[in-house]
Ligand binder design. Sequence first.
Ligand code: NAD
Length: 250
Amino acid sequence: MVRIILCGCQGRMGHVIESCVAERDDCEIVAGFDIVSEPAKPYPVYTDFSACKEEADVVVDFSNPASLDGLTSFVLGRGLPLIIATTGYSEEQTRKIRETAEKVPVFFSFNMSLGVNLLAELAKKAAAFLGSQFDIEIVEKHHNRKVDAPSGTALMLADEISSVFPEPHTYMYDRHSVRRKREKSEIGISSVRGGTIVGEHSVIFAGRDEIIELKHTAMSREIFAVGALGAAVYMAGAKEPRIYTMADLL
Ligand SMILES: NC(=O)c1ccc[n+]([C@@H]2O[C@H](COP(=O)([O-])OP(=O)(O)OC[C@H]3O[C@@H](n4cnc5c(N)ncnc54)[C@H](O)[C@@H]3O)[C@@H](O)[C@H]2O)c1
């Protein structure tokens, strides 16, 4: 039985993780962290990492970039594997995650769903096939409570696509701010926020008189919870310190 400490346990994904764990018999939540201690949970909830005394095998994080310092000190102190699903980190924080992964195993993915990871593979293949003939644009849509934009997944897709070209592409987030024609070597990234959209990502390859669009739609948050719990079970036990991704899991 894999013992999980859940960071961000009072949030939307925290609730979904909890209900998915209740349906599995290979893992359990032994403690939670959040800045909010209410409502009470069937496990202890801490607002301070140092107060947690429960033994655990992994820490799963769906919280906020602000938790990173406490979270990394906690896993380094305990020598625990960390699964990071939170998005919206600064470059400095991403560096910190990479430094942490030199000492403890860190699973880091901006999107835990199987389908989005397939979308990334398909988009890479399409980009390699189409070369610079087609303009590439990514459009992501999320609910009106999401705080970071563009989504971590849109950036992940852009990085994957960019990796197939000899020179990295530049990302254009805001066409409003510049008045000039589109460059061939850019990937446009646009964000839509509204209602309760769980998450949509489209990669558009626009060529001369033809358009190819690859699209993933998340119908519920469960897909992320299933992926994150798969990662938690995979990461439990002895694993060498490094960054792990969905590619390791699949
Ligand atoms: N990688 C993925 O597949 C994936 C999927 C869904 C969501 N996410 C990301 O997971 C994160 C959480 O998403 P959500 O929809 O549950 O958000 P949410 O706002 O509903 O929940 C976040 C929780 O974190 C808590 N929190 C805030 N600051 C904290 C801190 N400093 N320390 C500890 N806890 C803190 C909040 O109180 C809240 O309970 C977001 O960054 C989101 O983008 C990732």
